[in-house]
Structures are given as structure tokens and as C-alpha cells.
Ligand binder design. Structure first.
Ligand SMILES: Nc1ncnc2c1ncn2[C@@H]1O[C@H](COP(=O)(O)OP(=O)(O)OP(=O)(O)O)[C@@H](O)[C@H]1O
Ligand SMILES: [Cu+]
Length: 768
């Protein structure tokens, strides 16, 4: 009974193990559809603002419709939607519709994903249009179209408005007739404020008080009160400031687009007739042969087939030291070939490359709400109505009850309306988080959601897998000892034959050594992998076992003498496996793995950050202790089966504080999924790790862990700073207004100034 296909699955076919824990439905990364240009005549808007801002290209490719259990998920791009005010409008409108079961907003990418009953998409699009927005859905006809930027809106209305507002001010100051100031002010307000009024009207009609509504009311009120120059100034300032704000928001958005532009658009491809030709990278199929010159950026993922070089992989791994690459090594799109030239075969289409997956993951991550963001959104939902109510009271109560001057108090109420906009507060969180995510991605740390970026700072315990995480994961055979009457050559031949069938690192070490010494291999029947223990198989009609102490002990073939011999080797940090048949143990083999230099440094940095470390391994306890001591890990747990690793994680979670787990993502899936934050190592090579981990470290350098924690801490600090700033500025103006010192244009300045400040503050993360 030969089963050549059965393979010890330590290596690479465990995908099903984790697919259940983080099911992914969206496929927009792999979907060929690329949205066409935003053809709508409306342009992008700033947060809550008027639409004078130049249009930015959408970053994300718009995904296609997907069918899920409860309906159809349709991503809709709405270029006018990048502020919670628009989200509020849409939520209210669509939330009330039959057939809509779920909505996900990604304001940074301006994509709304609606889950709805099949065929219900048209009424939804109509509802979106009724709010004055232009919805776009992916459509295969336009998929190959290149996006072309929409022409920017003319600048002259704003300039005209500015001049008119200043003139109005001057006329009043010079004591010229009021009708002149009034006329100039009306010109200014209508030259630049029409959009604000339009949007404000739509919002009011839908029972929503967004800043457009508030500004419209405030400016109208000022006009009614005869505050001509002031009304004009407020509208102009508001428009200018919104423009600036839109620009700063685009910077955060572009941080991610910057990543995408790393891969060149063209590649030099071998043609059927043997010539080389420059073609668009998008059109290159898998298995095509591509040539790379020194200094050139690599356009597609692939595997080197000839030549060698040093490649700077910083765009993927964040590590700028070039990596030596030779035949058989993988190369990634977006990385830079430094010295030699080589040829490689393409392993993934352009929209499926590692870089594309990274970008997709970061974009998805932006859509997920971080805890602070949820809190802020909730706060904003009550804040605006409350301030609006106060404004009403201020306008009505003092004049009615105390006979105070109507003019003064209505004016104060109008100023309060301007203060009532929570924009600065609401926009600060996503900008900060997105900057944090982008900064992390640039360092080769792929964070799959704002939640993890916020949680990272709370880590108390970090559990690390041993093999391949702390160590290089490439052990080499160091010793072998015959324990029975068996011939040395026979022992090695039997062991190597079994080991050759497995791709477990320990087995591989034996195979390598056997190959080097030209040990003859034999045919193995009924081969079986015994997880956490070893392997077994039939050679020449006889059953043999090759496995660890646990295996031999469980079979009752262990002895004190054998244990003593094992301990000697294990205490040197070596892993020992034994060859036995069903009667006796014939010999033992020791292999030794080396720890990475970077691991030692990473552990020290983690300790400095106040994080405790524990090493989890299926290897024996002595070896575990020896390796842990080498890198300075606090606690070592050996002899663990995968479910035991899970239990250790659970017990640490029970102690309070967040618990992280670092592994290769292949054989630690349950523990990784259970931990508060699951980190997958070396994600660049294995496609699944990027999708399944909470945080994917693109290479296997553990120093990314302390880096991640520090980034998480600074993100949190900025979030708090921004909330305090935004609320503080509002509070100051509230007091100023109530005491009579605040004017309307000051409030506009404060509002937009605060937004600018928090956005700028959040963007600082990009420089980390
Ligand atoms: N296929 C195999 N070939 C040889 N030895 C094996 C095999 N499978 C398991 N073993 C033995 O059992 C031990 C535990 O294996 P397991 O796969 O659970 O852990 P590991 O992957 O080696 O370590 P870690 O948990 O640190 O990743 C190994 O150290 C090895 O001694
Ligand atoms: Cu034993």
C-alpha cells in the first residue's frame, strides 16, 4: 500500500486550519474590475464642506458585487462622501429602506458597501441621488478604462466672492450707504456659497443638521440681521478653509496611494519569438518570463530562474538592507533590484501581487471602525443636537424672559450654530488611524484594522512560537548515536528514509545531513505523520517510528537511562528524535537550530516597553528553556500540542491585559486566532498570512513587534491630543460667545482651524 501523495503537513497545506477564524468575503483585490473615472460633474468635497476642492483620484479599486448569505453586497463609490455628515445623511436615508440589511462606510476611500436584497440596487442608487450624491458601482464595461482626473472647478467664483466681501467690509467702514455693502455681500455669499446652501437644504429636508445646514442658517441669519460684511466674510472664510482641509485629507489618502505607485506600470517580457518587449504590467500573465536590469524596480511577483542580485525589499518588508537573491528565490512587485540583472517567471498577476494584497488589506482596515472612532461618532451624534438646542434657547429665552436685546442674543445663537459642527472632532480619528496604518505598512507591518493599532499599546503578554519565530527555523543535524545492535549505516538509512517524506524542520535537518553523506534512501510504505510527535512508516515490511521523547514514552519504550541521555543533549538547546521499531529504540539524532540575532534585541525592547514574553513550543521543555535563556525570554513552555498553546493563551488572557501571539501562521492557527492580537511572521512569502492574521509582519524580524507597540502608543497619544484639542477649542469659543466676545467669523475660523490642526497632527504619524 503505497501512498506517495500523503505528506507530513507541517509545512504548507494547513490553510484550512485558519480559514474559518477570519473568513473573508470581499474579493475586490482580486476582482479585475477597476472603476472608471468619476464622471460625475460634482467634485470631491472637504469634510462637511463646499465642493470647490480639486478631485482626487479614488485610491481603491471598486470591488464587484458579491453574494453573501443575507443578500448582495455592493460597493458604491460616492465621491461626495468623505465626512461623517454625509455618512449620517446616508445612514438615515438608506437605513429606513426595505431590503437594506447592512451598510459599511469607508470615508477615506469614499466607498459605501451596502448589503441588500438581490435586485434592490436601483432604488438604493436613486435614494443616494436624492441626497445630491452621484453613486458609482463597478461595471465590467469600464473596467479597463484608465481613470482620468475630472477638471477642477473654476476658481474665479471664490476670488470674486473674496473681493466682494472685502469691498463690502470697506464700504461699511467708510460709512458709504448700506445698500452698497448689502449688494456686495449678497454677491459674495452667492458666488461661493451656492453649494453650501444646496447641501444644507438637502440635509435639513432629511432632518439632518450637518455643517452645511448650520452654516446656511447662520449666514442667512446674519443677512437677516443686516450684518452684511460679516455674512460675506463668514461664507468666504468657510469656503477657503474647507478647501485647505480637503487638501490635508487627501494627503492621508495619498499615503496609501503612494504605496500602490511603487510597482512600475511596465515590464520587459519575453515574447514567443524570443525577443524582449516592454508591455503593460497589468496584461502580463502568470508564468511569463520577465527580465530585470540593475537599478530597475520589479513590476510583478515572481521567482528567479536565472541570474542573481541584491534586492531592496523595503517597500514590502520595511527593511532597507538589500537581500541577496539567487535562482529559486521569490521577488516581489514594488521592490528595487540594486546590483545584478536576472530573469524571473511571474507567479501572480499584477492585481494579485503581495503589494496589491498589502494595499487591499490597508484599505479594508480603514473601513473597520476603531474603538475611539466609535466613541467619537456616538458623541458627535448627541453633541450637535445639544448645541443646536442651546442655540435656540439662547436666541429665545433671554429676550423673552428678561427683556434682553433680540439682536444681541440671536446673533450669539448664530455663532453657537457655527460652533455646533463636530467636524474637527469626528475627522481627527480616522485621519490619525489611517496615518498610523500607512506608517505601519511602510515599515512592513500590516495592521488589519484600527482596533489592533489601538489595542497594541495594551499588550501585557506576548507569546512567541519557537521554531522559525525566535529561531531561524532551519535546524541542522549535530549528533547521532546508535542505541541498539543496529549498524550505523542502517540506522541512518532508515531514519533518513522516514525523514525524507516529511517537511517538518527537524526531519529536514536529517534529510540534509543524509544527502550530504550520501546515505542510501529506502522505499517507505504507509507513511504517516504523527502531529507533535514524529512520523511512522513501513520499510521492508517492518514498521518504524521516528519521533520525539513523547512518542517513545507513550509507547512505553522509554527508560531512565534513555531519559538521561536525552537530557544531556536537550540542555544544550538541541532537539532530539529517536528511531524505534515496535520492540526497541535503535538510535537518536540531535538537531540544533540557531536563534536570530534580531530576536534577542526584540525581546529586550519588548521588556523595556513593559511587555512580558513567553515562548511556546512543541519541542521538549529542556530545549525550550535553553533557547529561551539565549534570547532572554521570561517564560518557556515546552512539550505543547497545538491545543495546549491555545490553553496557555487563554490562561494569560485570564490574567487581564491584552495578549498577543506571534507565529508563522501555519501551525499555530488556533492560538493566533484566540489571542487579542495575532501576529503572523514572514507574511510576504505566504499569501494566506496576510489575509488571516490580525497583524502581518512582512519579514521574520521580531523587532517589528516593539516597533508596532511604539506606533500604537503614539497613535493613541495623538488620538487623545486631537480629541482634547477639538473639544477644547469648541469650549473656549462657547465661553467667548456667551460672554459676548465671540464673533461669527472667529467661530468659523476656530471650527476650520481646529479641523486643520487635528488633521495636521494626525498626519504627523506618517513621518514615523
Ligand atoms: N514530522 C516530524 N519529523 C520529525 N520530528 C517531528 C515531526 N513532527 C514532530 N516532531 C517532533 O515533535 C516535536 C514537536 O513538534 P511540533 O510540530 O508540535 O512543534 P515544532 O513545530 O517543532 O515546534 P514549535 O512549536 O516551536 O513550532 C518536534 O520538536 C520534533 O521533535
Ligand atoms: Cu520517558
Amino acid at each position: 500500500m503505497s501512498d506517495a501523495h500523503k505528506h507530513d503537513s507541517h509545512g504548507h497545506d494547513h490553510d484550512h486550519d485558519h480559514s474559518h477564524s477570519h473568513a473573508h468575503e470581499s474579493d475586490s483585490c482580486c476582482a479585475p474590475a477597476q472603476s472608471g473615472a468619476p464622471k460625475a460633474s460634482s467634485s470631491a468635497t472637504a469634510c462637511c464642506g463646499t465642493s470647490e476642492a480639486p478631485v482626487v483620484q479614488p485610491v481603491a479599486q471598486l470591488g464587484k458585487q458579491t453574494t453573501t448569505g443575507d443578500g448582495v453586497r455592493t460597493p458604491i463609490r460616492i465621491m461626495q462622501m468623505d465626512c461623517p455628515t454625509e455618512e449620517g445623511l446616508l445612514r438615515k436615508k438608506l437605513g429606513g429602506m426595505q431590503g437594506v440589511t447592512d451598510m459599511e462606510f469607508n470615508l477615506m476611500q469614499r466607498v459605501l458597501t451596502v448589503t441588500h436584497a438581490p435586485k434592490e440596487i436601483e432604488p438604493i442608487l436613486a435614494a443616494v441621488r436624492s441626497l445630491g450624491f452621484t453613486p458609482e458601482i463597478a461595471n465590467s464595461a469600464s473596467s479597463q478604462e484608465e481613470s482620468t482626473p475630472e477638471p477642477a472647478k473654476p476658481w474665479w467664483p471664490l476670488a470674486l466672492a473674496g473681493v466682494a466681501a472685502i469691498a463690502s467690509e470697506a464700504v461699511e467702514w467708510a460709512g458709504l450707504p448700506t445698500w452698497m455693502a448689502a449688494a456686495l455681500a449678497l454677491v459674495a455669499v452667492f458666488a461661493c456659497g451656492i453649494t453650501t446652501y444646496k447641501k444644507g437644504w438637502i440635509a435639513i429636508r432629511n432632518g439632518n443638521l450637518n455643517i452645511n445646514a448650520l452654516m446656511s442658517i447662520a449666514v442667512t441669519g446674519a443677512l437677516v440681521l443686516g450684518q452684511w460684511p460679516e455674512a460675506a466674510m463668514v461664507m468666504v472664510l468657510f469656503t477657503i478653509a474647507e478647501l485647505i482641509e480637503a487638501k490635508s485629507l487627501d494627503r492621508a489618502r495619498n499615503a496609501i496611494r503612494g504605496l500602490m505607485q511603487l510597482a512600475p506600470e511596465r515590464a520587459t517580457v519575453l515574447q514567443a519569438d524570443g525577443t524582449w518587449q516592454d508591455v503593460a504590467a497589468k496584461s502580463v500573465a502568470v508564468d511569463t518570463r520577465v527580465r530585470i536590469k540593475p537599478g530597475e524596480r520589479i513590476a510583478l511577483d515572481g521567482k528567479i530562474v536565472s541570474g542573481r542580485s541584491a534586492v531592496n525589499q523595503a517597500p514590502i518588508t520595511g527593511e532597507s538592507l538589500p537581500v541577496e537573491k539567487a535562482e529559486g528565490d521569490p521577488v516581489f512587485a514594488g521592490t528595487i533590484n540594486e546590483s545584478g540583472s536576472f530573469e524571473y517567471t511571474v507567479t501572480a498577476a499584477a492585481n494579485d501581487s503581495t503589494l496589491a494584497r498589502i494595499i487591499h488589506a490597508v484599505e479594508e482596515a480603514q473601513g473597520a471602525r476603531a474603538p475611539t472612532q466609535r466613541f467619537v461618532d456616538q458623541f458627535a451624534r448627541v453633541y450637535t443636537p445639544v448645541v443646536f438646542a442651546i442655540a435656540l434657547a439662547v436666541a429665545i429665552l433671554p429676550p423673552l424672559l428678561m427683556g434682553a436685546d433680540w439682536f444681541t442674543w440671536v446673533y450669539k445663537a448664530l455663532v453657537l450654530l457655527v460652533i455646533a459642527c463636530p467636524c474637527a472632532l469626528v475627522i481627527s480619528t480616522p485621519v490619525t488611524i489611517v496615518s498610523g496604518l500607512a506608517a505601519a505598512a511602510r515599515q512592513g507591518i500590516l495592521v488589519k484594522g484600527g482596533v489592533y493599532l489601538e489595542e497594541g499599546r495594551k499588550l501585557k503578554w506576548l507569546a512567541l512560537d519557537k521554531t522559525g519565530t525566535i529561531t531561524h527555523g532551519k535546524p541542522a543535524q549535530t549528533d547521532f548515536v546508535v542505541l541498539s545492535g543496529m549498524k550505523e549505516a542502517e540506522l541512518r538509512s532508515l531514519a533518513a528514509s522516514l525523514a525524507g517524506r516529511s517537511d517538518h524542520p527537524v526531519s529536514k535537518a536529517l534529510t540534509e545531513a543524509a544527502k550530504r553523506d550520501n546515505v542510501a534512501l529506502r522505499n517507505v510504505d504507509a507513511f504517516e505523520a504523527l502531529p507533535g510527535r514524529g512520523t511512522k512508516g513501513v520499510i521492508d515490511g517492518k514498521l518504524f517510528y521516528l519521533g520525539n521523547h513523547r512518542l517513545i514514552h507513550e509507547q512505553g519504550r522509554c527508560s531512565d537511562e534513555l531519559e538521561a541521555r536525552l537530557s544531556v543533549l536537550e540542555e544544550q538547546g538541541k532537539t532530539v528524535i529517536l528511531l524505534a521499531d515496535d520492540r526497541e529504540v535503535h538510535g537518536m539524532f540531535a538537531v540544533a537550530d540557531t536563534v536570530k540575532d534580531s530576536s534577542r534585541q526584540a525581546i529586550a525592547e519588548l521588556h523595556d516597553l513593559g511587555i512580558k514574553t513567553v515562548m511556546l513550543t512543541g519541542d521538549n521543555a529542556h530545549t525550550a528553556k535553553a533557547i529561551a535563556a539565549q534570547v532572554g525570554i521570561d517564560e518557556a513552555r515546552g512539550d505543547l500540542l497545538p491545543e495546549d498553546k491555545l490553553k496557555v493563551i487563554e490562561s494569560k488572557i485570564g490574567q487581564g491585559g491584552a495578549v498577543g501571539m506571534v507565529g508563522d501562521g501555519i501551525n499555530d492557527a488556533p492560538a493566533l486566532a484566540r489571542a487579542d492580537i495575532g501576529f503572523a511572521m514572514g507574511a510576504a512569502g505566504t499569501g494566506t498570512a496576510i489575509e488571516t492574521a490580525d497583524v502581518a509582519l512582512m519579514d521574520d524580524d521580531l523587532r517589528k513587534l516593539p516597533r508596532f507597540v511604539r506606533l500604537s502608543r503614539s497613535t493613541h497619544a495623538l488620538l487623545v491630543q486631537n480629541i482634547v484639542l477639538a473639544l477644547g477649542i469648541k469650549a473656549v469659543f462657547l465661553v467667548l460667545t456667551l460672554t459676548g466676545a465671540g464673533t461669527m467669523w472667529m467661530a468659523v475660523f476656530a471650527d476650520v482651524g481646529a479641523s486643520l490642526l487635528v488633521v495636521g497632527n494626525g498626519l504627523r504619524l506618517l513621518r514615523k
